[in-house]
Design a protein around this ligand. Structure first.
Ligand SMILES: NC(=O)c1ccc[n+]([C@@H]2O[C@H](COP(=O)([O-])OP(=O)(O)OC[C@H]3O[C@@H](n4cnc5c(N)ncnc54)[C@H](OP(=O)(O)O)[C@@H]3O)[C@@H](O)[C@H]2O)c1
Length: 288
């Protein structure tokens, strides 16, 4: 029986992975921070219980992008050093690693979608720490999938961010007369359920074409356009949201202006939906 370990099982993506994999023929073990805190104790000995696994899916990360600027030590500890231990462990015990990375490895200077071979150039500590995690995997392991994801929304909400963009926008539309959202930064908003389905598909199909895959919704938009779609589908007043340039918005961490990823490589195995279909499915699930 194929044994799969999901690290970060209470997180936004982790909890959708547990849901999707529960309806499968595999043995699934979900580990949350109480089972396994990667900043505490000896990582090798904590991992040693899982030497007989076939896959480890690592969704653990410190994901608060501005918070990482204040605490780079924690960012590099969780997003890079832990990933190095994990890659070495997987290599030693012949376990396939499915690891989650980010569009924030790129600087956003391109004007066409990023492909897997584009050279990263992170703009912030979070992106740098995630890129260092990618390098650690590449240097220590052959049987890996690194899935670069972006702008996630899931029913659980990101633990590091206290919710997700959709819940914040619907709250603002209910509480305020008007509010501003950036209209010149572009991304591929992605439902964590779709990433979980893509991962299950890679496992079901026993894919051995290892490497980096972009795993995002197959269409892109600005944050402003995304907000309009959220409000429209939630029957909220779309006129309340006003466009603003990222140049007039102050974040602690710099963010790529253009974070659109090309999904052609993944589509050979799994076709990600466009962001509007993904959003519709999310809102339906949320209201049921
Ligand atoms: N959210 C986004 O928009 C976004 C964008 C691009 C890439 N990503 C990547 O996607 C992946 C999943 O993100 P997500 O949105 O699902 O984030 P999330 O909900 O914050 O999940 C992160 C997980 O990491 C766990 N974790 C954090 N510190 C830990 C520690 N010291 N020991 C053990 N577990 C720890 C959290 O546990 P607790 O639940 O106990 O806190 C949580 O389960 C991450 O690799 C992230 O870098 C996310």
């Amino acid at each position: 029986m194929t044994k799969i370990i999901v690290l970060g099982s209470n997180g936004q993506l982790g909890s959708d992975l547990i849901k999707v994999l529960a309806n499968s023929v595999y043995t699934i073990i979900g580990l949350n921070r109480n089972d396994f805190d990667v900043t505490k104790g000896d990582i090798e000995s904590q991992l040693s219980k899982y030497v007989n696994s076939n896959y480890i899916i690592n969704t653990i990360a410190t994901t608060n992008v501005d918070g990482c600027e204040d605490n780079p030590e924690l960012a590099f500890n969780i997003n890079s050093a832990f990933v190095t231990h994990l890659a070495k462990f997987c290599n030693k015990h012949n376990i396939k690693l499915i690891h989650i990375s980010t569009d924030y490895v790129f600087d956003g200077q391109k004007t066409t979608p990023y492909v897997e071979e584009d050279i990263p150039n992170p703009l912030n500590v979070y992106g740098l720490s995630k890129y260092a995690g990618e390098i650690a995997i590449r240097n220590n392991l052959k049987n890996y999938f690194i899935l670069r994801v972006a702008s996630l929304f899931g029913i659980a909400g990101a633990s590091g961010k206290g919710g997700n963009f959709i819940t914040t926008m619907t709250r603002l539309a209910k509480e305020k007369d008007s509010f501003t959202v950036i209209n010149d930064q572009y991304t591929c908003p992605t439902h964590t359920l779709d990433i979980a389905k893509a991962i299950k598909d890679l496992i079901d199909k026993e894919v051995t074409e290892y490497g980096i895959y972009n795993c995002v919704s197959s269409s892109s938009c600005s944050w402003f356009e995304f907000t309009k779609a959220i409000l429209r589908l939630s029957n909220l007043d779309t006129n309340k949201v006003k466009p603003i340039s990222y140049k007039d918005y102050s974040f602690k961490a710099n963010r790529p202006q253009y974070g659109v990823l090309d999904t052609k490589k993944l589509s050979k195995y799994y076709q990600m939906p466009d962001y509007k279909s993904a959003l519709e499915e999310f809102l339906q699930l949320k209201h049921n």
